[in-house]
Design a protein around this ligand. Structure first.
Ligand code: MTE
Length: 356
């Protein structure tokens, strides 16, 4: 893969090879309704939030803490599967920092705090319980199916995909619709790099992304059978091609921990956090706007676009300010919410009418 000028190592390589070797070993070895709202702890719980109270009070944290595309060269719309090949040697993490996204207007959230205060409803509605429960998620092997209105339908083995893509680190603000926020260093690759690989057809107007469906591993899916699983999110094709749109495979200089959405998740920092779907197993290019998880469950509260906007309140609380979590989830800083979460210069052109 061609090196770019800014690809200068900023950190010492860690023991990532150990992780990768383990993944290779494992691969070889194994080769709705509105009535549900009251149950939710986060993105919309009337049981937790009331208009008078505002968003959920933040509890104390519990934790301390090129290879050639094998099989992807067929010409038109023929499903293929990547076969195990010898991956490009060398550690993946930490990746070089992209200088465009090297600094933020605020400090990074402490890693142990970000890693123990998570929204991942497949496991729990309790943010501090997700980390332990998500340990059950099997992440090896992992495949990502790319299908639909594209030139090349491909089933990627994750280990091949991550070796093929141009990994970099970016510091992004994360703003949850519940009015808390963090600042997180993600490692991954621009979604545009994947689009360039699979070549969407002109009929592809939206990208639909889907999380795993494994009630046997994910207690939230097992218990809440009336929710519209699997979790689905979507973007317009223009949003997907935007330079900010990131498919993250790691965080804080390491491979993605399960609770943050291993092994691969979306990060769209100008949108409310629920758009940043975790643990993706399928990416489908479609001609119609897809039905998404939260929009299906509570359409009045969670729109398809969901761009961060201090001037448009959630029906049950203000979005004018946010609780920024740095070193202590129990003691956040209050900050003004930024239009498009501060990413207006990158995305305002996508919404010529007005922010949605
Ligand atoms: N993706 C899936 N599959 N399931 C989820 O419950 N929660 C979303 C988003 N992605 C969610 C998801 C919400 S509401 C937020 S705020 C972010 O993940 C939180 O990401 P983090 O836990 O890594 O900070």
């Amino acid at each position: 893969m061609k090196k770019r000028g800014w690809e200068i190592p900023e950190r010492e390589a860690t023991s990532e090879d150990v992780y990768l070797n383990r993944r290779r070993f494992m691969k070889a070895a194994g080769a709705t309704g509105i009535g549900a709202v009251g149950l939710l702890a986060g993105c919309g719980s009337e049981a937790i939030f009331t208009p008078a109270e505002g968003p959920e009070p933040i509890p104390e944290p519990t934790g301390g803490g090129t290879q050639e595309p094998s099989g992807s060269t067929t010409e038109t719309n023929t499903p293929t599967t990547t076969t195990p090949t010898t991956p490009t040697p060398g550690p993946l993490y930490p990746a070089k920092v992209n200088p465009e996204f090297k600094t933020l207007d605020r400090p990074l959230t402490k890693e142990s705090v970000a890693a123990s205060y998570n929204n991942f409803y497949e496991f729990s509605t309790g943010k501090t319980q997700v980390k332990a429960l998500a340990e059950k998620l099997t992440t090896e092997p992992w495949q990502v199916v790319v299908k639909g209105e594209v030139q090349k339908e491909v089933t990627y083995d994750f280990d091949d995909l991550v070796r093929k893509m141009p990994l970099e680190e970016r510091l992004y603000r994360l703003r949850c619709v519940e009015a808390w926020s963090m600042a997180i260093p993600w490692t991954g690759f621009p979604m545009k790099a994947l689009l360039d690989e699979v070549q969407p057809l002109s009929s592809a107007k939206f990208v639909k992304m889907t999380t795993f469906m494994r009630p046997e591993e994910a207690p939230g899916q097992f218990k809440n059978t009336h929710w519209p699983w699997p979790y689905v999110e979507g973007l317009t094709i223009e949003e997907a091609a935007n330079e900010l749109t990131f498919l993250a495979t790691g965080t804080y200089g390491r491979a993605m921990p399960n609770q943050h959405g291993a092994v691969i998740r979306l990060v769209v920092p100008w949108k409310y956090g629920f758009k940043s779907i975790k643990s993706i197993v399928e990416i489908e290019f479609v001609s119609e706007q897809p039905k998404t998880f939260w929009n299906t469950l509570v359409p009045r509260e969670y729109g398809f676009f969901a761009n961060v906007n201090p001037n448009v309140d959630h029906p049950r609380w203000s979005q004018a300010t946010e609780k920024f979590i740095t070193t202590d989830a129990g003691n956040p800083e209050r900050r003004p919410t930024l239009l498009f979460n501060g990413y207006e210069k990158y995305v305002a052109d996508l919404y010529p009418q007005k922010p949605r």
